[in-house]
Design a binder for this molecule. Sequence first.
Ligand code: ZN
Length: 105
Amino acid sequence: MSSNAEVIVSCESCISYIPHVISRGMGYCNNTDSLVIPGEGVCEDYKKRDIQWLRKVFKEQGWLYCHTCRIHIFSLEELEKHINDLVTYGVFFDDAVYEDAYSAD
Ligand SMILES: [Zn+2]
């Protein structure tokens, strides 16, 4: 375990990134108002999502979403368990997903 391991900066770890509800390979950037593909570089306003920020958001909206486990988080204790996961304040839907959701119901 090296503490000097190269950190790959990805949109996925930015506070402006909202993951697609299904796909791990794409998301929406609230900052640039555009679709982004993690791993293709970040914009100059990249800001790393950290536990302090997540706690603040949790206090504001009362829940968070773990995209890794695909569950909502409703307590700070629960948040601690998902700290190494992709936890965001929401997910991004597109029209195709809505159609899928309706037909599956
Ligand atoms: Zn999780």
